[in-house]
Design a protein around this ligand. Structure first.
Ligand code: BTN
Length: 251
């Protein structure tokens, strides 16, 4: 696994794998440390949302990275790296998974995985980054419909047979190891772009105090989204609290 995944801390039940890994990082745990849990009682998603991980239902993993290509732009690129690793692992099982920019994996029926990247810097210097990934595998991993603002889906429903969680984790880790070094390269970008959901389709992009519509053209070098506005202008969208939705038609 290219040095990723060691040491491995596996928990039956934990608050949040990202939080546990942050503790280990502060204690000096090395690049590649992996925390996995069967159940999370305080799993977190982006923008303060909850992320449920029920026992026996999915995967909750957090990977510690102490050096990454192009640290300043790492947060966005690592979200894509995590999503790409899951998409490729699901593709290998025959599922038509796609990256829903900036940090989700979707299947035809809805969101199957989410990525949460958190980091710590001292001044300009990166201390560590935590790449947290949650995957819905079995039907029991699905949150109640009222609790999510985007429909949820699980891998087994899309694949039509039992998925071996451990094998899926190993495949994801192999993908992460292979693609980490490629972050920021044309190959990485093309790998992501090819799997981008809603390409050339009308979408709405929102962030606090912002709502824009347009058609997705692809990705910029740094992982930002290239959006063709109804005015014909192509703009780049990136940053923290951005959300994306398909819409029936552009404005
Ligand atoms: C999102 O969709 O907003 C991101 C969800 C990320 C969930 C994963 S599960 C493993 C890791 N630990 C957490 O507390 N969150 C991430």
């Amino acid at each position: 696994m290219g040095g990723l995944g060691e040491p491995l801390y596996a928990y039956r039940r934990i608050g949040s794998t990202n939080d546990r890994l942050a503790e280990l990082a502060r204690e000096g745990s090395p690049h590649g440390t992996l925390v996995v849990a069967d159940e999370q009682t305080a799993g977190r998603g982006r923008m303060g949302r909850r992320w449920q991980t029920r026992p026996g239902g999915g995967l909750a993993v957090s990977l510690l990275l102490r050096s990454v290509p192009d640290e300043r732009r790492a947060l966005g690129a690592l979200q894509l790296l995590g999503a790409l690793a899951v998409v490729k692992a699901l593709e290998a099982l025959g599922a038509p998974a796609e990256i829903k920019w900036p940090n989700d994996v979707i299947l035809p029926r809805g969101k199957a995985a989410g990525v949460l990247v958190e980091g710590s810097w001292v001044g300009d210097e990166l201390e560590y980054l935590i790449l947290g990934i949650g995957v819905n595998i079995r039907a029991k991993s699905l949150p109640p419909p009222g609790e999510v603002d985007y429909p949820a889906a699980c891998a087994e429903e899309a694949i039509g047979r039992r998925v071996d969680r451990e094998a899926l984790l190993l495949e994801m880790m192999a993908n992460l190891a292979e693609d980490l070094a490629a972050v920021g390269t044309d190959r990485f970008l093309q790998d992501c772009e090819r799997r981008l959901a809603f390409l050339d389709r009308p979408v709405a992009v929102s962030a606090p105090e912002l709502r824009l519509t347009g058609r997705i053209q692809g990705l910029a070098e740094d992982g930002r989204l290239r959006l063709l506005r109804p005015t014909g202008e192509v703009i780049l969208i990136g940053g923290g609290g951005v959300q994306l939705r398909p819409v029936d038609r552009g404005d």
